[in-house]
Design a protein around this ligand. Structure first.
Ligand code: WQD
Length: 332
């Protein structure tokens, strides 16, 4: 089966390409390198021992999307491509709405034209919004999103639902990620956020490597185990394997799955685990809460286990070890 992976040089995309290749899928990569480096391709090829066709195209250009489908007999698409920084999306909403929606619609329209119907969408737990629950299950549906990035994910999910309702020859799988972290055990690929990291784990990496002085922990007065925020951190390799399972096992129709560990871990618990596993002290200070943050949420991952035979295998210790291994191997 030939799979087009859009955003295939990005953090989650690159790890998914590795797992697809290991499962003997033929992979085509499209990436405009807005949030990825071309050197990631040679690292993926080193890990897998395979070569991959790369289209360095902006998928907002529909002609370019058609060219990819004309060049290759694509059987399925895994769609990662899209801007994904929450803070940036608040500052630049039009950039997020135009890029994320146009790329998704272009892909779907060209798939329709070339009669390709198997589509896996990279969505996010952020679509649940603040629904008053801490454990999210797929049947809860979407809530009120709190930033344009999250809203584009919710909008694309709605587009997919309407598309399927109009033509149920589509085979659509929506995967809602919780907090992707970690790196491939080789230390060759991992998370490379542009500039100062917004997310917790990449920030801890920069403090651990001395590039940033200390971690600001946004609030310790939440109603949680130790007052700090609680999240469902999922190792990116487990997440990548979830996409392979979705490709192999998702039932026909439109199906939605949480991809998470099913467990909540607090910010302080993650920091303490990182320090213990890597024998490194992380300087931090408690500061005020970050606007928009929720106290606690994590996944109910039962549906993915029952229907796809998938669950996380990596531990928080694996996450901390693999993240630091990547950081050490990629000192910039
Ligand atoms: C996690 C916890 C912070 C940084 C976001 C997006 C979500 C998804 C994952 C794309 C919170 C605390 C963080 C720091 C801190 N992205 N924190 N100091 O906000 O749960 O989710 O990234 O799909 O859509 O919303 O992730 O890593 O930013 O925060 O104390 O410097 O760490 O308050 O409790 P978040 P995060």
């Amino acid at each position: 089966m030939k799979v087009l992976v859009t955003g295939g040089l990005g953090f989650i995309g690159s790890h998914t390409v590795v797992e697809l290749a290991k499962s003997n899928f033929e992979v085509i990569i499209a990436d405009n390198l807005y949030n990825a480096k071309e050197e990631v391709l040679e690292k993926i090829e080193k890990i897998t021992g395979k070569k991959f066709k790369l289209y360095k195209y902006d998928l907002c250009d529909k002609e370019k999307v058609e060219e990819i489908f004309r060049d290759n007999n694509i059987d399925a698409v895994i769609h990662f491509a899209g801007y994904k920084a929450v803070g940036e999306s608040v500052k630049k909403p039009l950039m997020y709405y135009s890029n994320n929606l146009i790329t998704a619609i272009n892909i779907l329209e060209v798939m329709e034209k070339f009669n390709v119907r198997k589509f896996i969408f990279s969505s996010s737990a952020t679509v649940y919004g603040d629904n008053g629950h801490t454990k999210y299950v797929e049947s809860m549906g979407r809530g009120k999103t709190t930033n344009p990035y999250g809203t584009t994910k919710a909008m694309i999910e709605k587009i997919l639902e309407d598309l399927y309702a109009s033509d149920n020859s589509w085979n659509i799988t929506i995967l809602r990620y919780f907090n992707p972290v970690g790196a491939h055990e080789s230390g060759l690929i991992g998370e490379e956020p542009n500039g100062i990291p917004n997310n917790l784990m990449p920030y801890i990496m920069k403090v651990a490597s001395g590039k940033l002085e200390k971690l600001n922990i946004f609030g310790n007065d939440y109603p949680t185990v130790d007052g700090t925020g609680v999240r469902d951190f999922i190792h990116v390799v487990d997440l990548a394997k979830g996409h392979v399972k979705a490709l192999e096992k998702a039932p026909n129709g439109l199906n939605i799955y949480n991809l998470g560990s099913g467990k909540g871990v607090s910010v302080l618990e993650l920091v303490n685990t990182f320090e213990k596993v890597n024998n490194i002290k992380i300087n931090y200070q408690i500061v005020e809460r970050r606007a928009g943050d929720l106290a606690e949420y994590y996944s109910d991952a039962t549906k993915a286990y029952v229907e796809l035979g998938w669950k996380t295998e990596k531990t928080v210790e694996d996450i901390c070890r693999d993240s630091w291994n990547y950081e050490k191997n990629n000192k910039k």
